[in-house]
Design a protein around this ligand. Structure first.
Ligand SMILES: C[S@@+](CC[C@H](N)C(=O)[O-])C[C@H]1O[C@@H](n2cnc3c(N)ncnc32)[C@H](O)[C@@H]1O
Length: 280
């Protein structure tokens, strides 16, 4: 996964006194007060935070929606977070052993565009507990079906699920139409990760899962080749059959015989064209 450590952008984004959304800290403070009715109290049982780089369309942005709901707090560039930081800049992966850290200090994410990670000043955000997420598949409309590229709410929910807080995971996702699908499509895998202990064991489980799905893809390809043969017949065998029949045909049928050969040649072309695409 790409890590953004572009110095030019660090200078531009990391101006002292500016928030990650480009406002100065006073503006940020007022902004937060307005959004949360003057109170900094969150509506979620544990601390949730994000550095918001305003890369995304606010209507589609899950981080912004969490903020509007009063569930997550915005952090400034230069501010660090004490709990788990779910970030593309992580080294280890989230694991069940992170549970107490999450329960005591919460979780945070980096609200930015996947296409603009280079612009994020990762060395001025984050914290001591930066983590990647293991293989999971996105359910949101933007990256539906893509592994690893979760949006902010999915990333936080995945973190809670892996550490065994399914209650917090479901609660967070309940505000999003695709939320239940995220848990459904990843249910088996999340259960596997929940059985692990440390980061290495989650990595090992992830590796085993990837090998398993790789194997399944190979088997499906082999099976579809076999099915093609059942559907279209064995092309080599067809040649053979046609010449066997030729032998049996009477001389009077010679004229027709030529047209049959042409037909069978045309059939071959048809099979040659069809086979590679049906193997896909
Ligand atoms: C790149 S942003 C995209 C946010 C999106 N615009 C939205 O509406 O939520 C998603 C964030 O979720 C976290 N995240 C998602 N998938 C991750 C993964 N596989 N490993 C680590 N962090 C991940 C990171 O904090 C990442 O910056």
């Amino acid at each position: 996964m790409g890590k953004g450590k572009n110095k030019d952008h660090e200078v531009r984004l990391g101006r002292p006194g500016r928030g990650s959304n480009g406002h100065n800290s006073k503006q940020n403070h007022r902004h937060m007060e307005m959004k949360h009715g003057g109170s900094s109290k969150s509506n979620f049982p544990v601390k949730l935070a994000m550095w918001d780089f305003d890369h995304c369309d606010p209507k589609r942005c899950s981080g912004k929606k969490l903020e509007r709901l009063g569930l997550i707090k915005s952090l400034r560039v230069g501010q660090k977070f004490q709990g788990i930081v779910v970030t593309p800049n992580g080294t280890g992966v989230v694991c069940p052993n992170d549970r107490s850290l999450v329960e005591e200090n919460g979780a945070s994410v980096v609200e930015c565009s996947w296409a603009r990670l280079e612009e994020v000043p990762f060395n001025r955000i984050g914290g001591r507990h930066e983590r990647l997420l293991p293989y999971l598949v996105a359910a949101n409309q933007v990256n539906y079906g893509r592994p690893w590229k979760l949006n902010c709410v999915e990333a936080l929910a995945a973190c809670f699920a892996i550490v065994g807080r399914m209650d917090w995971s479901s609660e967070l996702l309940s505000h999003f139409s695709y939320g239940p699908s995220f848990l459904e499509i990843n249910a088996e895998l999340l259960e596997i990760y929940q059985q692990c202990s440390d980061s290495d064991s989650v990595k090992a489980a992830e590796k085993a899962w990837l090998e398993k799905i790789d194997q399944e893809v190979k088997e499906r390809k082999a099976q579809s080749k076999t099915e093609d043969i059942w559907m279209t017949g064995n092309v080599n065998r067809m040649h053979h059959t046609s010449s066997e029949n030729d032998d049996e045909e009477s001389e009077e049928e010679e004229g027709q015989e030529h047209s049959k050969v042409r037909d069978s040649e045309e059939d071959d072309d048809y099979h040659d064209e069809k086979q590679p695409s049906s193997v896909m």
